[in-house]
Structures are given as C-alpha cells and as structure tokens.
Design a binder for this molecule. Sequence first.
Ligand code: HEM
Length: 151
Amino acid sequence: MPWKVSTVIELDKQTKEIRKQKVEESLKTYTPSNPRHRADGLTAAVKEDEADPSSGFTAERIYSILDDLIGAGFDTLSTTLNWVLLLLTANPTVQRKVHAEIDDVLGKRQPKLDDKSKMHYCMATIHKVSRFAGINPLSLPHDATKDTELK
Ligand code: HEM
C-alpha cells in the first residue's frame, strides 16, 4: 500500500515539525529545578548528555521519544476510549460492574499502577474492548533488514 506509506511518512514529518516548535517554545521558559512536563524531563537528559558526548544520545534522539509518545499514544488511546464509551453505553450491566469495581477499589482517589492487579473486571473489560474493536488490525509496518531463510 504505497499510498499509505507516503501518508505515514508525511504525517511523521509534520509531527516532527510540531514537536520541534513546541520544544523550542518550551526551552525559552525551561528551568532545571522546576520540571513541568515530559519535554522538560527530556531537556534535562539532553543537557546531561551534552556534558558527556560519548553517551551517544543526541538531542534529536532524545526528543524523538516525544515523537514516539505523540505518534503511538494519542490516537490509539482516544480511539480506544471512544470504543469503551460506546460499548459501555450499549452494555449497561457491564458498565455498572465496572463502576462498582472502581468505587470499591479506588473510591474518590486517582488510580495508580498497583491497582491494576485488584481490578480484574475493569482489566477484562479493557481487554475485551481491544479484542472487539481491533483498532490497529495490521499493526505497524515492519520490514526485514536482510533476506532471511527459515528452517
Ligand atoms: C489502546 C492503546 C494502544 C494500542 C491499541 C497500541 C497498539 C500498538 C501496536 C499494535 C503496536 C505495534 C506492535 C508491533 O507490531 O510491533 C504498538 C507499538 C508501540 N506502542 Fe502502542 N498502543 C497503544 C498505546 C500506546 C501508548 C499510550 C504509547 C505511549 C505513550 C504507546 C507506545 C508504543 C510504542 C513506543 C510502540 C513501539 C514499540 C517497539 O516496537 O519498539 N502505545 N502499539
């Protein structure tokens, strides 16, 4: 699907451009003692590695982590959340059980990673939504870097 590949390459170019602008904006007000967000954390890593050129981490490489997070983390999550809302609306019994587990385990506080192991019904629901919606059925494009013979 060459047209898909060229679209992805074009989007990747645009994303990098946006990221570059945002990082430049953010650098104007950066203070190491007061990290505000991930870009500041990465800026701290860039500054640290400038002091040690042998580390091999260039600013471009470190900031490309932001491209990964934006490219891989936004549309995937927002589309999944849309499916979650749609399917919970269509399945009120499941919605009530999810809600009850959230009330039970979290109450009014924010969730943390450890809570996952206590929230079997919510986790099962998320997995079921992923299976049902299949938002990325062909996954990312992969390409062999050299010819390989199996068996
Ligand atoms: C429901 C949400 C998500 C779905 C359905 C999803 C799906 C996928 C899929 C199918 C792949 C390709 C795996 C492969 O074939 O190699 C992938 C890779 C990746 N995802 Fe996600 N993803 C989600 C959320 C996120 C989030 C929130 C982030 C980061 C903030 C993220 C970061 C990545 C990265 C960095 C890779 C590349 C991993 C590698 O091969 O090195 N994803 N994801």
